[in-house]
Write a protein that binds this ligand. Structure first.
Ligand SMILES: [Zn+2]
Length: 587
């Protein structure tokens, strides 16, 4: 009979699946993290206070440069103090969203074992949105233009002074410094995007370990293990060396074991996902500290984590031949495309921009299109027939895509029609918009309007968003002389219907050597950054397979891809929920 060997302790996995399953039910943060601005945060804190007057402890601890309140929320009665702060960089809202969800979770699930262990073992002090002025403008820095996370020594900012004074008042053993990082970094030399990056900041130049820093590394190991079931392979070590002027490094030096948690990027158009990851990471770390189970975490996990590494594009076209639309001859290049998002109220808008050209073999992307043997040209701008109903049906849009068009111009009827503003508003809310769309006012419409009303009607159309005025062949002479002056004042052009040859396609343009037609048209419409393929331009692109006969023998059947505002719309694919590819073009 074999002697029973000493069985090793079961490793703690720091994974409480209930945090995932309860999340949707307790979430009170907006669907778009950027929509959580100062007013809304204050409103949420007040509502929680009203609903849980005896259990929700929130106090005003100071003010920002522009006199916005900075608040701190306290939970629990345990001996281990944890201080956490979010959004010291105003344009990094993910953790503020996670914090309000955490507040609601702790209040509504007070009898759960996890919550009880957490609040019995620790006292949490959370400062959501340390930089409300920056948050309001979606800026990194505070209203003085100071980066609060580089102000730990100078303390020139009221927000930085506040954070340091709170640390001295509370003397917490543990700290969580909550940020968002560049959403396009890879985990080491893999091509996987970093969803969450961790940093146990050093306290000295030699990046030595002491007890505080080892504890911070253990907290990082807890976060790593807690997040692995969801984002294994997408967790990195944040790449930073010793920065004595940063708060994380200073906290470590002052004696608070501090972990920096950075939310990065994700593949889906789901800005919410990283809020949930932060929610889980923060709670698991706090729970492990509260129960002291973090002591069993292995700090070596942190030391061996791959770092934030390469830059990653949202979309890359590799190894294509490009006609850039400026009249230059074709050249070989990769194209890097990135999306930038911005929140307008509760709506997330994005633009896909060409951010790099040239040899990018060493770069990675979330999505790659192999352009080998293909010609890349600017998407075409077409004129819709008069009287065309807007919005277009998907099949109509697909017909235009099939001919290489990415932008369509509708003719706005100035008489007896809906106001252009209403049409544009409807279109902006249309999530199915798969093509860029702009509007032209028709001059011959004006001829049928009494002279004394013409200036008003035209002015309305232009102010409501018409890009230019279309001169049809049969334009009458009964147009008020003021009309010309209005156009001059507003720097708007009059276009000839013949200039907008809707029937032209790339095979025809190539045959006629008119590579620059889309760019010329875009510029006469005031559409900067369209009709060309240059860095900074909108990514409106058509791709043709180059036949054996070479570029000049391309035909309509060779069209392979159409990209509108950075996203492939041809070949037609399942649309992601709420995804809008096209833009409504305004002057
Ligand atoms: Zn930051």
């Amino acid at each position: 009979m074999a002697t029973p060997t000493h069985s090793p302790a079961r490793p703690i996995d720091f994974h409480h699946p209930e945090l995932d399953s309860i999340y949707e039910g307790i979430k009170i943060s907006p669907d778009i993290p950027q929509a959580l601005k100062y007013e809304r945060l204050m409103q949420i804190l007040q509502e929680l206070k009203k609903k849980f007057p005896r259990r929700f402890h929130v106090e005003k601890i100071g003010e920002s440069v522009e006199n916005r309140d900075i608040c701190m929320v306290r939970f629990g009665t345990g001996p281990r103090k944890i201080l956490m702060w979010s959004q010291m960089h105003g344009n990094e809202p993910t953790a503020t969203n996670a914090l309000v969800d955490i507040f609601n979770y702790l209040l509504t699930h007070k009898d759960d074992e996890f919550v009880q262990e957490l609040l019995d073992g620790a006292t949490l002090y959370a400062i959501p949105m340390l930089n409300p002025d920056g948050a309001e403008k979606n800026h990194r820095r505070n209203a003085q233009g100071i980066d609060i996370n580089r102000d730990a020594r100078d303390l020139a900012s009221p927000e930085g002074r506040l954070l340091k004074s709170i640390r001295y008042r509370l003397d917490p053993q543990f700290g969580l410094n909550l940020h968002d990082q560049n959403g396009r970094r890879t985990v080491g030399n893999t091509n996987k995007i970093v969803a969450i990056a961790l940093l146990a900041p050093p306290f000295d130049e030699n990046e030595n370990d002491n007890r505080n820093r080892i504890d911070a590394k253990k907290m990082a190991a807890v976060a790593y293990q807690a997040l692995s079931p969801y984002i294994y392979g997408h967790i990195a070590r944040y790449d930073a060396s010793y920065m004595p002027r940063a708060f994380g490094d200073s906290m470590q030096y002052w004696g608070t074991s501090t972990l920096l948690l950075e939310a990065g990027g994700w593949y889906e158009d789901d800005p919410d996902f990283l809020v949930k990851m932060k929610f889980i990471a923060i709670l698991e770390v706090c729970h492990a500290v509260a129960t002291e189970s973090y002591q069993q975490a292995n700090p070596g996990i942190y030391d061996t984590l791959p770092q934030n590494d390469k830059e990653l594009f949202d979309l890359m076209i590799r190894n294509a031949t490009i006609i850039d639309g400026t009249g230059q001859p074709p050249f070989r290049s990769d194209i890097g495309i990135n999306y930038t998002f911005s929140a307008e109220g509760d709506r997330l808008t994005y633009r896909g921009t060409i951010t790099d050209l040239g040899d990018m073999e060493l770069f990675a992307a979330k999505e790659i299109i192999d352009g080998t043997g293909m010609l890349v040209v600017p998407g075409l701008i077409g004129l819709l027939p008069p009287g065309q109903k807007i919005p277009l049906q998907p099949e109509q849009v697909q017909t235009w895509h099939g001919r290489g068009y990415t932008t369509l111009l509708a003719q706005h009827a100035m008489q007896n029609g809906r106001s252009l503003r209403e049409t544009i508003k409807t279109l902006c809310e249309d999530k199915s918009l798969d093509v860029n769309i702009g509007f032209l006012a028709r001059l011959d419409d004006l001829a049928n309007i009494p002279l004394n009303e013409q200036a008003t009607v035209l002015g309305d159309a232009l102010f409501d968003g018409a890009l230019a005025v279309l001169k049809a062949q049969q334009d009458g002479s009964r147009v008020h002389p003021l009309v010309g002056k209005i156009l001059t004042w507003l720097h708007r052009k009059t276009l000839d219907e013949n200039d907008l040859q809707a029937s032209l396609s790339w095979p025809e343009l190539l045959a006629q050597g008119r590579h620059d037609l889309p760019a010329t048209l875009a510029s006469s419409l005031g559409l900067l950054g369209r009709g060309r393929i240059r860095i900074g331009d909108f990514a409106d692109i058509a791709m043709y397979a180059i036949p054996e006969g070479g570029i000049s023998s391309i035909s309509a059947e060779d069209l392979r891809y159409v990209i509108v505002n950075g996203r492939p719309v041809l070949p037609h694919s399942e649309r992601k929920a709420g995804q809008q590819n096209g833009m409504v073009l305004l002057p």
